[in-house]
Design a protein around this ligand. Structure first.
Ligand SMILES: Nc1nc2c(ncn2[C@@H]2O[C@H](COP(=O)(O)OP(=O)(O)OP(=O)(O)O)[C@@H](O)[C@H]2O)c(=O)[nH]1
Ligand SMILES: [Mg+2]
Length: 442
């Protein structure tokens, strides 16, 4: 499958004209176990399968620290080349992150493409981005990844494209031209994304008046986030057994039992060590989690180590500034565990177990969600007439005042209030202060 922006880059990371055969390489560094390396390679194998290629063999090595030239030792490089020749593999993929120099040296020594896990994740993202914003975000991440990897005379890259007469200034090498062109493109994408974000913020302000609380579904990729949103709202989001099936956020309205309706957003999944460049590029998409009133953290209860996935997700949440948003853990795929998720629910206070696919446990989940929403305080904007000192006192008593501004008719107060207090003060509520109830692509 080819994407227009991949064509613009002059190459795809993984050839998809046929299913490429790939040799996986995992290095167990000091302080880590061989088991971790194998599990890392299992996940890499899934990533490669999702990208459209097949694992043909795997090679591992134990080292205290990476070799600066090839990451693995010279002897292992020779072995790797032998393996590639023997099984006719076209590409090697390292589970560890390669520096641009290591990647280049490996390609030279092996005579084949050498990639790392980050490149594979970028490749999958490129296949799964569908909206204008998603595509721009992925292209930005890919260019940021490629820029330090540009080489003179490299077989791929922008150098093959449009290097016609007059594109090169005097004394300028092809490499410099390529570099400058990529940098210009990066700047343009950054500008485009900013302007897309501004447009959305304007829309958000209007819609924020709905005053609905925002619940954002987060979790490890393939945990069942989209399946859960579909089960709750018939959203019709694509849910499938592929990693990063969802890149673009979808928001639906959901009526909670005995509570207010809320907006529920399903968004991109996380993974262990999500490439930093991707997080950077997907900032505007990931921001919905940071400004949510509650995060529903969906965990695959049938995973080998659910607790490690929880940790990985929390790390990404911290990186995007969403670690202070209240979290509600939901163990999904309970049907696929021997005890229907009971031991995990016991271990994690306040968690529930469900099967989104088989619609099991959803009643309890919804009731618990309604309870959580009632107890959560949100930033609300109130207009309080000057003469209503009693109302001002109630706000101070029941909530936490964030800011006060003097308006024409009274005080414009932003305060963190529980839903109950907000209800009591309803006649003074003017807006959801941050306009946080963003709805995407409805
Ligand atoms: N056994 C079982 N499988 C489930 C359940 N929920 C989801 N799945 C399966 O898990 C796979 C991933 O589901 P998705 O809903 O696409 O997962 P996601 O978290 O949205 O994944 P990404 O968008 O790719 O990050 C699909 O094949 C689902 O059918 C469940 O409760 N039980
Ligand atoms: Mg999804």
């Amino acid at each position: 499958m080819s994407n227009p922006y991949q064509e613009a880059l002059g190459q795809t990371l993984i050839e998809r004209t046929f299913r490429e055969r790939i040799v996986l390489v995992g290095v167990t560094l000091g302080g880590h176990s061989d088991e971790e390396t194998e599990e890392g390679l299992d996940e890499l194998s899934l990533l490669i399968d999702t990208a459209g290629a097949d694992e043909a063999a795997r090679l591992t090595q134990r080292r205290d620290t990476p070799d600066s030239t090839w990451y693995i030792g010279k002897g292992k490089v020779d072995e790797l080349r032998e393996v590639c020749l023997a099984i006719d593999a076209d590409t090697v993929v390292f589970d560890n992150e390669l520096s641009p120099a290591q990647q280049y040296n490996l390609e030279k020594a092996l005579g084949r493409t050498a990639l790392d896990r980050t490149a594979v994740i970028l490749d999958i993202f490129a296949q799964n981005a569908h909206t204008q914003e998603g595509k721009a975000q992925v292209e930005l991440a890919m260019l940021r990844y490629r820029l330090p990897r540009l080489r003179r005379g490299a077989k791929a890259g922008l150098s093959q494209q449009g290097g016609g007469i007059g594109t090169r200034g005097p004394g300028e090498t092809r490499l410099e031209v390529d570099r400058r062109r990529i940098m210009r493109r990066i700047e343009k994408l950054e500008r485009d994304l900013k302007s897309l974000e501004r447009t959305r913020q304007t829309q958000r302000k209007g819609r924020g008046r709905s005053g609905l609380a925002s619940v954002v579904i987060v979790g490890y990729t393939n945990a069942g986030k989209s399946t859960l949103l579909n089960a709750l709202t018939q959203a019709g989001v694509l849910a499938e057994d592929r990693l990063f099936a969802t890149l673009d956020p979808t928001t639906r309205r959901l009526s909670l039992p005995g509570g207010e309706p809320v907006l529920v957003t399903d968004t991109v999944g996380f993974i262990r060590a999500l490439p930093h460049g991707l997080i950077e590029s997907f900032k505007s998409t990931l921001e919905v989690a940071a400004v949510a009133d509650l995060l529903v953290h969906v965990v695959d209860a049938s995973a080998t180590h659910p607790e490690q996935q929880i940790t990985a997700v929390r790390e990404v949440l911290a990186e995007i500034g969403a670690d202070s948003v209240p979290e509600f853990i939901v163990f999904n795929k309970a049907d696929a565990t021997p005890d229907h998720g009971a031991s995990l629910v016991e271990e994690y206070q306040g968690a529930v177990a469900v099967s989104a696919l088989h619609r099991m446990g959803l009643d309890i989940f919804l009731r618990r969600l309604a309870d959580r929403m009632r107890s959560i305080s949100r930033v609300t904007e109130l207009m309080i007439p000057f003469e209503r000192g009693d109302v001002m006192a109630a706000v101070h008593r029941e909530g936490e005042v964030v800011s006060i501004e003097e308006g024409d008719a009274g005080l414009l107060v932003r305060a963190r209030l529980s839903q109950a207090s907000e209800g009591r003060l309803r006649e003074f509520v003017v807006d959801d202060a941050d306009g946080r109830n963003l709805t995407h692509h409805e």
